[in-house]
Design a protein around this ligand. Sequence first.
Ligand code: HEM
Ligand SMILES: *[C@@H]1O[C@H](CO)[C@@H](O)[C@H](O)[C@H]1NC(C)=O
Ligand SMILES: *[C@@H]1O[C@H](CO)[C@@H](O)[C@H](O)[C@H]1NC(C)=O
Length: 333
Amino acid sequence: MGSKLFSYFSFPFLLGLYLFSFISPFPSAYSQLDYRFYDRSCPGLSNIVRYGVWAAYKNDTRIAASLLRLHFHDCFVNGCDASVLLDDTDDFKGEKNAFPNRNSARGYEVIDNIKADVERFCPSTVSCVDILTLAAREAVVLAGGPFWQVMLGRRDGITASQQAANEQLPSPFEPLENITAKFTSKGLDLKDVVVLSGAHTIGYAQCFTFKSRLYNFQGSGKPDPTLDSSAFKSLQSMCPNTDSSNSNLAPLDSTAYRFDTTYYTNLVSKTGLLESDQALTRDPKTAAMVNSYSTNSYLFWNDFTTSMAKLGNLGVLTGDKGQIRKKCGSVNL
Ligand code: HEM
Ligand SMILES: *[C@@H]1O[C@H](CO)[C@@H](O)[C@H](O)[C@H]1NC(C)=O
Ligand SMILES: *[C@@H]1O[C@H](CO)[C@@H](O)[C@H](O)[C@H]1NC(C)=O
């Protein structure tokens, strides 16, 4: 009798609990990210971000690449927390002046401007890190790449570390094993290395980041023998062998404004720009992936959106951690 009653009542009860867990109106304090996080508190958010990125892109097409990279540099150093946007203070030296960012990272003003617009409509509601994450997505879409749904609800960090940025960001001068180790230490894997490196389908690099391949490959005093000879000539003319060419720009792939699979076809034809890019064709495992992406844009699209979602979820602050900054360049007083 007792057990019969139990089974009679428990099913609807458990079903109710089960449904409740999906339709709960309370954003729980330790909630994970949520696609609809700002649906009520800032319904215009994605349009404001889309407009801000579009306006910046109309003026400067390269900004799409710069925003995508800024998001990567944020997430890869102590998680996605907009720490990359913080100016140095008396308390800490931030990431802006770390070696990979100084005179290199761009797009800070674009995020600051979008944040100012968002504050006008939804004051103290939307984090800088969510704005940067959405802006990176809009940038990829504007450059002709795939759209993906972005989870929201990240909160802004209250500190930043120049040393962490120097230590944790990948360098174009280190071998694939080291780069892969940096990715795996974040919970990303070898496939993410290959897929996310595909972001180099847009944007530019300064000559100093690959010049040794032209004039003194691995201390040989000679060019990198694996670099295609016509690519070599054109890079030589962009980057003459003098220090004054160090900050000249070269396109990361042959269609630097187009989010396409040309990055991978360039690697296959030995015209990758950075040594760390071309290295993906030397390891058999990564070379196989490079080959498939070079001929299958659907596969690249699909895997890129998956890896970007992983990147955007690294080390996020939610619930009552962190804060919602009023200005992206400084923590709230
Ligand atoms: C895998 C290791 C990586 C290395 C070693 C690397 C290195 C670099 C370097 C040296 C530059 C040129 C910077 C300059 O000359 O000022 C650059 C540019 C860029 N990187 Fe990476 N990167 C890596 C991964 C990524 C990832 C994962 C993303 C994004 C998901 C990304 C997005 C970009 C973009 C879009 C640019 C062009 C930026 C612009 O034109 O403003 N990179 N990267
Ligand atoms: C337009 O882009 C250039 C860089 O190409 C930048 O220096 C300038 O501030 C931008 N202007 C506006 C209004 O965003
Ligand atoms: C690669 O990583 C090893 C082990 O951490 C380190 O000793 C070496 O200096 C790194 N190489 C480069 C070029 O950064």
